[in-house]
Design a protein around this ligand. Sequence first.
Ligand code: NAD
Length: 492
Amino acid sequence: MTDPTATAATRWDGKLFRSGSWLPGLGTETLASQEKSTSRTLASQALATEADVDAAVTAATTAQPGWAAAGYDVRAGLLRRVARLLEDRADDYVDWLIRETGGIRGKAEYEVGAACNELYEAAALTSHATAEVLPSHNTGKLNLVQRVPVGVVAAITPWNFPLVLAMRVVAPAIALGNTVILKPAELTPVTGGFLLAELFADAGAPPDVLQVLTGLGPQAGEALVRHPGTTMIHFTGSSRVGQHIGSVAGGMLKKVSLELGGNNAFVVLDDANVEAASMVGAWSSFHYSGQACISASRHIVAASVADAYIAALAARAKGIVVGNPLDDGVNLGPMISETQRDRGLDLVKRSVDQGAELVEGGTFDRLFVRPTVLSGVTPEMPVYLEEVFAPVAPVIVVDSDEEALRLTNDSSYGLVHSVFTGDQARGLAFAEQVRAGMVHVNDTTCLDEAHVPFGGFGLSGSGGRAGGASNLDEFTERRWIGLQRTPVAYPY
Ligand code: NAD
C-alpha cells in the first residue's frame, strides 16, 4: 500500500484554508503534527493569529446569507458529494488517522464510516420542515414559526476522534445554512481539519462556507470565542476548557454548545455473565487506550462476582498486543502524547499510594502504555474521582444494586454509563435511575450513532444534543412571523 502521508503534506503545510483555497496565514509561527508511533513529522500547521480569525469571521459573515438562500437540494447535494468523496478516499484517510491519532485500523475505519453517516444524516436534515404554523387567539392571524440559521458557527474540536467529531458539527451546521470556521486540535490538524477542508473544496463548496484555521487553543480558539461575529460556539473537549468557554461566550450571550468529558461507570450486577461482562468491560476501558469521552472510567462490580470479574479483566488486559497500529495483530497503539500518558499513569500511582492494588499493567515504553487493571479502588482515590483518559480499568466492589447506583450517580459528570445483568428488566430499572445523557444495558459505554441524540448532564455538557433531528435545535434559531390578515381594533 502507498503511504498517502509521504507526498500530500506540502499543499497545506503552513497554510490556512480560506476563500476556498490554501492561503498563508498572517502570522509566521507553525507547529508540527507527528505520527504518534514514530514521532515522524506528518505536516506543519500554521498557527492562526487574531488577525486571521478576524479575516475569517468577516468572510464567513459575508458568505452566510447566500449559502442560507441556496436551495435545500443544493446544500444536500454538497453534503452527499462530500460523503461520496470520503468513501472513495477511505483507504488514504484511514492511513492518515492511524498515523496521526495512533488508533488501530478498526478505529480509523469506524471514524471514516461514522463521518460518512454524519454527512448523509445532515443531507437529510435539509429537507426537514423549516417552519410550523401555530394557532392564534386573534381572528385572522397567521403565526408562522420559522427555523433560521444561527449564522457563523465556530467549531472547536478535540484530537481523539478528530474526523468524526469535527464532521459531527461541520456537516449539520452547513446543512442548515450556517457558515463554519473549524479550529481542530493542535495534535491532529490533518485529520481534524485539513482533510475536511480538502473534501469540501473538492466537492465544490462555495468559498468560505467552511474555513479551517489551525492554531493554539488559548490563541486562535480563544479569539474565535471572543470575536463578536461568531454567533455560535460549538466546543467538544475537556470540561475545564468547556467551563471557561461557556463563561466567556455565555457572557457575550452567544449560543453555546458544549460536549465535554465523562467519568463513566461500567456496572456489573451479581447475576451478570462474568465472561461476557469482562469482554465488554475491557473494550469499554481499553479501546483506543481509554482516550474517548465515552470510555469506562470506573468498573462498579457486585462483591459476589468481583474476584472472577477482576481475574477475567486482567487476563484480557494481559492478552492485548500493544504496538505500532500499522503492524498486523496490534490491538492498541500509542497514546496521543506524553502529557496524556503521564497524567493517566500519575492517577494510577497516586491511587496505588492510597491502597489500590495494581493487578495488571501499569508499565509503558515511549507512548505505548500497557492496559492496566486496579482493584481495591475506593471513592476517595484519584482514579475514581477523575476522568481517566488512559487504558486503565479501576474496579470498585459494592454489596448491593443500591450502592452500585449511588456510586454510578456519585459524579459531577453525567455522560454515559453501562450496566451488565442477566435480567433485562432489572437492567432497564437500573438504567431509568441513572443520571446521565446515555445509558446502555448489556453493552459497551463506547457507542454513538449519527441519528441518535448524544450528550450529557452536568460537567459533561451544556444540555444540547448532537445527532439527527436534535441538530435542528442545535444549529437554528426560531423566528416568529405574525401575519394579521384581517384588521384589528386597538384602544387608541
Ligand atoms: P481540550 O479541552 O484540551 O481541547 C479541545 C479543543 O479546545 C482543542 O482544539 C484546543 O485547542 C481548544 N482549546 C484549548 N483551550 C482553549 C481556549 N482557551 N479557548 C478556545 N479553545 C481552546 O480537550 P482535548 O484534550 O483535545 O480532548 C479531550 C477531552 O475532550 C476529554 O475531556 C474528553 O472527554 C472530551 N471529549 C468530549 C466529547 C463529547 O462528545 N462529549 C468527545 C470527545 C472528547
